[in-house]
Ligand binder design. Structure first.
Ligand code: NAP
Length: 244
């Protein structure tokens, strides 16, 4: 291994935007730990990228599993001593779009927040000491424009008529977490930013998105590879600022 090669961990990377984020980071020369909750799926996805000649290896990580988070953090510490890039990409959309906001089940709210919110906080807390050991740690929180209060309250916005409250609120919390962590990290080399990947053709929307995954991964990759003078505490899509 090249001692100066950056190390990245991408969660929920067995398919969709996370998988493509691994590909593009590895194409940029980053050594990528491709994390998936199924060991077999992670191995298969990593094998595919390895067959493209890319420096990718699988990691088993259900982001809601505290002992797996601890094991991954210990493994990265013992093998590398630091982590350059964390992409919190794993996410679920469990709301029943046929139901009104008031009708979504509490189970849906709880499960959504377990994966989209509490796991992001828990994994970040576990890996932050390792990100602080890197020369220029970067955290990317994969949010959504559906987490934007500004867009949800603007009748002219394209998402005004689409309200899936558990998912939407989970991404609003990811945005809030990003702002709070960025404030804590002021004056350190570690930057944390939230991104909206775009409306991307993945399993999450049954392939109905507008962007192909090759474009849908670009916002994450851009913020993962930010230079030292790049921003922190932002919410963007392809470099364009979005309303909180
Ligand atoms: P996707 O194709 O459904 O992929 C989701 C990924 O998350 C899968 O690899 C899945 O793993 C993983 N995952 C779910 N729960 C997990 C857990 N507990 N532990 C580890 N991995 C878990 O979705 P996507 O569209 O690529 O979404 C990626 C991110 O982008 C999400 O955070 C999503 O909210 C966000 N996003 C997507 C869009 C869009 O238009 N697609 C728009 C805005 C934001 P399994 O294979 O094991 O299920």
């Amino acid at each position: 291994m090249n001692a100066s090669q950056k190390i990245a961990l991408v969660t929920g990377a067995t398919r969709g935007i996370g998988f493509e984020t691994c590909r593009q980071l590895a194409q940029a020369g980053v050594r990528v730990l491709l994390a998936g909750r199924s060991s077999a799926s992670a191995a298969k996805a990593a094998d595919q990228l390895k067959s493209e000649g890319l420096p990718v290896e699988p990691v088993t990580l259900d982001v809601t599993n505290a002992s797996q988070i601890a094991a991954v953090a210990a493994d990265i510490r013992s093998r590398f001593g630091h982590l350059d890039i964390l992409v919190n990409n794993a996410g679920v959309l469990l709301d029943d779009v046929a139901l009104k906001p008031s009708e979504q089940t509490l189970a849906c709210w709880r499960e959504t927040f377990d994966t989209n919110v509490f796991a992001v906080v828990a994994l970040t807390q576990a890996l932050l000491p390792l990100l602080r050991c890197a020369p220029a740690g970067r955290i990317v929180n994969v949010s959504s424009q559906l987490g934007s209060f500004g867009l949800h309250t603007d009748p002219a916005s394209p998402i005004y008529g689409f309200k899936i409250p558990a998912y939407d609120a989970s991404k609003s919390v990811v945005n809030a977490w990003t702002v709070h962590l960025a404030h804590e990290l002021q004056g350190t080399p570690v930057k944390v930013n939230a991104i909206h990947p775009g409306y991307v053709q993945t399993d999450m929307n049954g392939g109905a998105g507008e962007l192909q995954v090759s474009d849908g991964a670009k916002s994450s990759v851009q913020m993962a590879l930010l230079p030292d003078d790049g921003p922190s505490g932002t919410f963007t899509h392809l470099g364009k600022t979005l309303p909180w």
